[in-house]
Design a protein around this ligand. Structure first.
Ligand code: SAH
Length: 229
């Protein structure tokens, strides 16, 4: 009798013990991989502390979810390294009333990180099954201010434009002109630019007085930006 009570108690406790374990890993990830590398924006740090990254990867990747690297999410795609997600979030200077467009929903993780900081996140994914998986995941986790669309993000999302910021999470050979057009005055876009399967430059694109300024931030390696024929 006592033993069975103990078993029931342990089983009941198990999920919360597991989450405690993950929250410890998450805190460690933020301190060692993100703060230590110079990310200071409090909204970004607090969102990275909240979003349960292990729920955005498949079961066989859960134990690696908080490691300092990208992870495969199926269909040849990856969820970005935590530091890169934090960097891309901080650099767009996200604000509570902002409307942000993301190209490359993937797992939905970057969208979830943005969701806690800005007003509305619009995210486009070109691989239908990946996009619908992400949409289901985000719904289940109750992220209410994220809309996922299955399309070629090259054309942006005209109905919802202009955007305060745009985050592109696949490497493009050039900056898609429709995305520049859909960026607000004083808006910021972060996008990896360069050849697929090689090292690319993470570019910051700013629109000031109708003119576009670009600056290289750091070398990165992203999956290729695809096109729908
Ligand atoms: N932000 C994602 C990272 C996904 S990797 C995350 O947090 O998990 C990049 C994603 O961009 C892939 O899912 C890929 O299918 C998608 N992608 C590539 N080209 C695209 C395009 N033209 N439009 C929309 N999504 C695209």
């Amino acid at each position: 009798m006592r033993l069975s009570l103990l078993i029931v108690f342990v089983l009941w406790l198990y999920p919360s013990l597991q989450e405690k374990d993950f929250s410890h890993l998450r805190e460690k990830m933020v301190k060692e991989q993100i703060e230590r590398r110079g990310i200071t924006d409090q909204a970004t740090l607090s969102s990275m502390r909240k979003v349960q990254r292990h729920l955005f990867v498949s079961d066989d990747m859960v134990d690696h979810a908080y490691e300092d690297r990208p992870l495969p999410i199926g269909y040849g795609q990856t969820i970005s390294q935590p530091y890169i997600v934090a960097f891309m979030t901080e650099i767009i200077q996200p604000g509570p009333d902002h409307h942000v467009l993301e190209i490359g929903t993937g797992s939905g993780y970057q969208a979830a990180v943005l969701s806690g900081i800005v007003k509305e996140v619009y995210s486009i994914e070109i691989i239908d099954s990946l996009g619908s998986q992400a949409r289901n995941r985000l719904d289940k986790l109750d992220y209410k201010n994220i809309q996922v669309r299955l399309a070629d993000g090259y054309h942006g999302w005209k109905d919802k434009a202009p955007f305060d910021a745009i985050v592109v999470t696949a490497a493009a050979e050039h900056i898609p002109p429709p995305l520049i057009a859909q960026l607000k005055e004083n808006g910021r876009m972060i996008i990896p630019v360069g050849s697929p399967f090689m090292i690319q430059q993470l570019m910051l694109v700013e629109k000031k007085n109708g003119r576009v300024h670009t600056s290289g931030m750091m070398p990165v390696q992203f999956v290729p930006f695809k096109r729908r024929q």
